[in-house]
Design a protein around this ligand. Sequence first.
Ligand code: GLN
Length: 313
Amino acid sequence: MFSNPTLPIPDYPAILATIYEEVQPLLSQGKVASYIPQLAKVEREQFGMALYCLDGQSFSIGAAQTRFSAQSVTKLFALALAYTREGDALWQRVGKEPSGNPFNSLVQLEYERGIPRNPFINAGALVITDILASRYVDSEIALLQFLRNLAGESTLDFDMAVAVSERNTAHRNYAIAHLIKDFGNLHNSVKLVIDSYCRQCSISMNCMELAKAASFLAKHGVIPWSGVQVLDRSSAKRINAVMLTCGTYDAAGEFAYRVGLPAKSGVGGGIVAVVPGELSVAVWSPGLDVTGNSLAGTYALERFTTLTSRSIF
Ligand code: GLN
């Protein structure tokens, strides 16, 4: 019902096995994020990939059951949760244009007067955290619960060692938050927002959980396995659109060119992507390229869309 009627159903297990072979030489080429000390301890040469199809089938390969630090991938779910509460009013406080700058850059914020370019760079995510903090007593707990519901996985949790490690070294994020606060676009205290943001980023997930959690974006806002409507169709479209243009930071153009899917990445090495109407897919490999996206993960998704003839284009 959900598969593309004009294309044959791919042999997913065979395709995943091919990709797994092909990525092996790349696993030693990326660089594990080290500016968060706890992340520097992760073994680099790991790779996992999982597909969650809207008909309920799932496929995986490699370390698809190993949990990793979701980091900026959580920005996708934070945006979705905030959007369910605020709707389009949210866009008065954060933009929806690609930044063309690194995810942790401060430069645009000064001349754009504290309105971050989009919700997927750190500045924008801090504003989203602020919005959630005004709506919930414990915004990171609300987000964790939202993720548990989306993934159908009650054991999802924060990794407090990662959260503390990030908070103790979050000088750049503090600077970003202070600048936004100075422009009047942060309503809660900088400390509260940074604490909540660091916990949010520390949530651990594996590829299968991540693919399942994002599957509502493939099914136009409806969780496929429970039938619960999280977002209306138009809102799901908008979130996918922002993912396509902004989800992989300043590499979003290159990523769209190579992969052709809406996706969100994180410095833990995870990337989740959506094939609307068909499936969601998550990859993980901790070695990053210079833009902070998983090197092997990006390649795996590029091969996935090529080998399956699935992309949004
Ligand atoms: N927690 C990380 C940070 O704020 C998230 C960045 C990322 O995954 N790109 O720097």
